[in-house]
Design a protein around this ligand. Structure first.
Ligand code: HEM
Ligand SMILES: *[C@@H]1O[C@H](CO)[C@@H](O)[C@H](O)[C@H]1NC(C)=O
Ligand SMILES: *[C@@H]1O[C@H](CO)[C@@H](O)[C@H](O)[C@H]1NC(C)=O
Ligand SMILES: *[C@@H]1O[C@H](CO)[C@@H](O)[C@H](O)[C@H]1NC(C)=O
Ligand SMILES: *[C@@H]1O[C@H](CO)[C@@H](O)[C@H](O)[C@H]1NC(C)=O
Ligand SMILES: *[C@@H]1O[C@H](CO)[C@@H](O)[C@H](O)[C@H]1NC(C)=O
Length: 274
């Protein structure tokens, strides 16, 4: 089927991009966790739809005001807070620069621009067309929270099942859903991100308690026993998790062409509905 081969081309091409961008390690350095206590954002601090970046800002790995973000600021924060190497993050940062007209920096709020990275059928946020696509929503998050019943961890199987359920629910609630190979790839990457930063990046097994605190409080669950991964998280560790999650999600498109919105004035999507 033509579509299936297009899809595998997309996934292979994007995975290859991630894995081939070898910027090396930023070098290990001692992290003074006392300088990185969790603090709730103040009234003038910006946050956005990404629990990973919001958490880094709440711990002062990113500027606590959520402003003046660029490639080096994010790569440093991802390394220090999560032990993520540049190759796992750089593509997302490049895409994020499309979310604002400012050529040099972006904010945690800018990246909510629907159709750049932000997409429908999220794990913890509503669809743009249905209301609030930025803030955590417990009703939406319930699918993930209740997944993998009977055990105290999430894994690639449960993460794939959650993606399938969230998509099925969003397709019913949002007739204008955008769900192409692009959104599928981003969503599978985000699931691999939460399993990796809150759990074991080699096995993709993450304690439920840690994942729930990460999403609900945008806090590193240090007091509960979480530790920054000793294993660096990079394209080589993320790739197999993304593949396993994608497989378990039994994804099919809702139609339309993959399209990236390159600025606030750019069209949201090329998807034709009806
Ligand atoms: C530093 C490590 C990161 C982690 C652990 C992380 C984790 C996540 C997770 C788990 C989601 C899914 C939220 C949901 O579906 O409700 C997400 C969404 C998002 N992330 Fe990140 N992320 C990271 C880095 C980044 C970077 C570097 C960018 C771009 C600069 C980015 C931009 C976004 C955006 C725009 C969304 C919203 C997508 C949507 O749900 O519509 N993230 N992230
Ligand atoms: C990114 O921002 C930091 C902090 O504002 C600044 O020191 C650095 O020069 C900037 N990097 C680039 C590549 O613009
Ligand atoms: C879907 O999109 C059409 C055309 O843009 C719009 O008229 C309609 O209100 C949208 N429906 C929903 C539920 O967002
Ligand atoms: C959370 O999402 C549900 C389901 O779409 C919606 O009914 C509810 O209004 C949302 N809550 C908030 C606070 O936006
Ligand atoms: C994930 O956990 C469930 C429940 O224990 C289990 O049935 C499933 O095989 C696990 N998946 C993987 C990839 O280990
Ligand atoms: C990627 O991470 C793995 C596991 O942590 C590590 O063995 C490998 O050296 C890393 N690759 C690069 C290019 O740093």
């Amino acid at each position: 089927m033509a579509f299936k081969s297009f899809l595998s081309f997309c996934i292979v091409a994007i995975s290859a991009l991630i894995v081939s961008a070898d910027h090396g390690d930023l070098g290990s350095r001692a992290i003074d966790w006392n300088n990185h206590q969790w603090m709730a954002p103040g009234p003038n601090d910006l946050r956005g739809p990404c629990p990973g970046l919001n958490t880094l800002a709440n711990h002062g790995f990113l500027p606590r005001d959520g402003r003046n973000l660029n490639m080096s600021v994010i790569l440093d924060a991802g390394f220090n807070g999560y032990h993520m190497q540049p190759d796992g993050l750089a593509l997302a940062v490049k895409a994020a620069t499309f979310s604002t007209d400012d050529p040099f920096t972006f904010t945690l709020d800018d990246i909510k621009l629907h159709g750049t990275i932000e997409h429908d059928a999220s794990l913890s946020r509503n669809d743009f067309a249905l209301g609030d696509n930025v803030h955590f929503n417990e009703t939406i998050f319930k699918t993930l929270a209740d997944s993998n019943p009977g055990v105290d961890y999430y894994n690639t199987t449960s993460a794939g099942q959650v993606q399938q359920k969230r998509l099925a629910d969003a397709e019913i609630a949002n007739p204008n859903i955008t769900n192409t190979a692009k959104e599928f790839f981003i969503r599978s990457g985000e699931s691999a991100f939460y399993l990796s930063v809150m759990g074991n990046p080699l096995t993709g097994v993450a304690p439920k308690k840690f994942v729930q605190i990460f999403f609900r409080e945008e806090r590193l669950p240090i007091a509960e026993g979480w530790r920054r991964s000793d294993t660096p998280i990079n394209g080589s560790t993320l790739g197999p998790l993304i593949d396993a999650i994608a497989e378990q999600s039994h994804w099919t498109t809702s139609g339309g062409c993959p399209w990236i919105r390159v600025g606030p004035e750019s069209a949201t999507t090329l998807v034709q509905h009806g």
